[in-house]
Design a protein around this ligand. Structure first.
Ligand code: ADP
Ligand code: MG
Length: 327
């Protein structure tokens, strides 16, 4: 439909009294990307999103959209729209009236409002529910309505704060592919806040990992996963070991950490746990220096030479699989 504009955060800072919730972050979101802001609870994700939306004042720094500073514009004038975790639908308004609400506020006539609302409902596959009240919809349906309501303003950027967290796991996976499809169809930038690394990996063209009010690492989903730069990112993304070796600290993927079948192990240790995970078996070993190291062994390979807690094993890897960590 439209091409999004690029969004730049410049030294963006949020303070609440003595708390620095967002500490002078800099980031450039390319136009038309699906970006995920990922990090643990309290790291400053929602504060960042709310500043972009204009629902929170900027303490310092600026927000630049398509070359214009929007830091001090009211939310409705920014070209952004926000979808909230709780959906915040009006309980007494029908689905169609909820979706058309912002157009009514702008004084758009009722025929145009209805036409536009039906277009948006069609986009999220909800036209047959136009007359229902929110209380007559499932969680997933309410979420589609909330999406349609956010998109009717034709934003350049859609901001989503933990949009899937209220859904059950099955629906969450279905809705996340819907979000991705919508983003592709619309061609606008989505900035999606989540604390789930699997959600970010599944959706994002770009992942921005936050921790303690700063950006730890940003890059393509593949780069952030494959080459974590800090111990925090390696541990938070999961699927990695952090190894303390004589040459320094390194991250290595669990599936690239192997149990030695002959001599030449790089680390020796003792198996402490064995967990069957379907496609692979997670074998955890306590190795030199009391470090826990987990190898994901393909299941067929594991069962051709099973290990049990207490067994002594050696660990090996290709050195190019090691990623040096800066902290
Ligand atoms: P996240 O969304 O990553 O969980 P938030 O941006 O909500 O993190 O919060 C970041 C920090 O700012 C936390 O320490 C939180 O307690 C604090 N904070 C958030 N909102 C407010 C507020 N309105 N007043 C005071 N402190 C706040
Ligand atoms: Mg939050």
């Amino acid at each position: 439909m439209r091409q999004g504009l690029d969004l730049e955060l410049v030294g963006l800072t949020k303070r609440y009294g003595d708390t620095v919730a967002v500490d002078a972050i800099n980031h450039h979101f390319g136009s038309g990307v699906y970006a995920c802001l990922l990090g643990p609870s309290g790291c400053g994700k929602s504060s960042t999103l709310r500043m972009i939306a204009g629902h929170e004042t900027v303490s310092d720094g600026s927000i630049v959209l398509g070359g214009s500073d929007i830091s001090y514009l009211p939310p409705a004038k920014r070209g952004t729209a926000m979808m909230f975790q709780s959906y915040a639908l009006f309980p007494h308004l029908s689905v169609a009236d909820n979706v058309a609400f912002s157009l009514k506020m702008k004084g758009v006539d009722s025929a145009t409002r209805r036409k536009k609302a039906m277009e948006m409902l069609s986009l999220v596959d909800m036209t047959q529910y136009e007359g229902r009240l929110p209380s007559q919809l499932s969680g997933g349906q309410q979420q589609r309505v909330a999406l349609a309501r956010a998109l009717i303003t034709e934003p350049q950027i859609l901001l989503l704060d933990e949009p899937l967290s209220a859904l059950d796991p099955f629906l969450r996976i279905r809705m996340r592919s819907e979000l991705k499809r919508l983003q592709r169809e619309l061609g606008i930038t989505f900035v999606h806040v989540t604390h789930g690394q699997d959600e970010a990996l599944a959706l994002a063209d770009e992942i921005v990992v936050m921790n303690n009010a700063v950006i730890e690492q940003a890059g393509s989903a593949r780069d952030v996963f494959n080459a974590p730069k800090t111990e925090f990112v390696a541990r938070f993304m999961g699927g990695h070991n952090v190894l303390a070796l004589p040459q320094g600290r390194f991250a290595i993927r669990n599936d690239l950490t192997r149990i030695a079948t002959e001599s030449g192990a790089k680390l020796d240790g003792k198996v402490t746990s064995v967990e069957f995970q379907g496609t692979h078996v997670a074998v955890t070993v306590v190795a030199a220096g009391d470090q826990d190291v987990t190898a994901w062994v393909p299941e067929e390979q594991f069962f051709s030479d099973p290990k049990s807690p207490g067994d002594g094993v050696g660990l090996v890897w290709d050195d190019q699989a090691l990623h040096p960590l800066s902290a």
